[in-house]
Design a protein around this ligand. Structure first.
Ligand code: KIV
Length: 289
């Protein structure tokens, strides 16, 4: 039985709000290329994020910081071509929106115009609240992101959970509420205690998408390469693996290499045939060369 929902029409912001109101969990996953977009689409998720996690999962950087607008635009465009139903959100990379409202709006517009994404995502509260408000005012939907914000992980003390003291948790709640007031259509809560999510949920009018934020959120997001076991690095505590594709891929490529070396591949059925008379004629022609 397919997990694809009955309706094949594009997911809208109103659909997400309705799901929140109905207490129906929202499923979001990252994707970075056309095949992963096709998989996410056919699996029936509601939102696909081209995360700047692409920096690490597909581009080989050791953090999300170095990835560029051009790199993410190429990936987002490939994902767009692979999606028919889920809402498509693109991460604005580090350094592409923080400096001013003008910079933020220009980058968001470039993403929407070039890739056809439905919304952009930016990280942090603070000045990012102003950036979110400016992008929303320009007519582009924004997803916020609080808690562990990988673009600024260094100042947060590394890739560690956030909001573990009441004061830190309060600051985090303030950021989430400010992003909501700024017009964000949804907010990602990353790596924060489940208690914190539970405490703030009654004040959240827009969908909260958790990643390591407990079950009280309106939806969940995981990185494609983490949930399918493709990424080589150690997964975060909140990752649940649903497959071990990396090992399956290694086994497949190793079996191919062994087959090539043993002569087991290619077999007759993998080749193209020539009509026997043409083959005989070719041989004749070659003798005359
Ligand atoms: O870049 C990313 O993949 C993200 C998700 C973890 C929310 O921001």
């Amino acid at each position: 039985m397919s997990s694809r929902p009955a309706s094949d029409r594009r997911v809208t912001f109103a659909d997400l709000a309705e799901k929140k109101a109905a207490g129906e969990p929202i499923a979001m996953v990252t994707a970075y290329d056309h095949p992963s977009a096709r998989v996410a689409d056919e699996a029936g998720v509601d939102i696909v994020l081209v995360g700047d996690s692409a920096a690490m999962t597909v581009l080989g950087y050791d953090s999300t910081v170095p990835v560029t607008v051009d790199e993410l635009i190429t990936l987002t465009s490939a994902v767009r071509r692979g999606l028919s139903r889920p809402l498509l959100v693109a991460d604005l990379p580090f350094g592409s929106y923080e400096a001013s409202d003008e910079q933020a709006v220009a980058t968001a517009q470039r993403f929407v115009k070039t890739t056809g994404c439905d919304a952009v995502k930016i990280e942090r509260g603070g000045t990012s609240v102003d950036r979110a408000r400016a992008i929303v005012a320009s007519g582009i939907a924004v997803m916020g992101h609080v808690g562990l914000t990988p673009q600024t992980a260094t100042v947060l003390g590394g890739y560690r959970s956030q909001g573990r003291t009441a004061d830190e948790a309060l600051a985090l709640c303030r950021s989430a509420l400010a992003l909501q007031d700024a017009g964000c259509f949804a907010i990602v809560f990353e790596a924060i205690p489940s208690d914190v999510t539970e405490a703030i949920m009654p004040r959240m009018q827009v969908p909260v998408i958790g990643i390591g934020a407990g079950p009280a959120a309106d939806g969940q997001v995981l990185v494609f390469h983490d949930l399918l076991g493709i990424y080589e690095g150690r997964p975060a505590r909140f990752v649940k693996r649903y497959a071990e594709l990396r090992q399956a891929m290694i086994d497949g490529v190793a079996a191919y290499a062994a087959d090539v070396r043993s002569g087991g591949y290619p077999a007759r059925e993998h080749g193209y045939a020539m009509a026997p008379d043409e083959s005989a004629r070719l041989r004749e022609l070659l003798t005359a060369l």
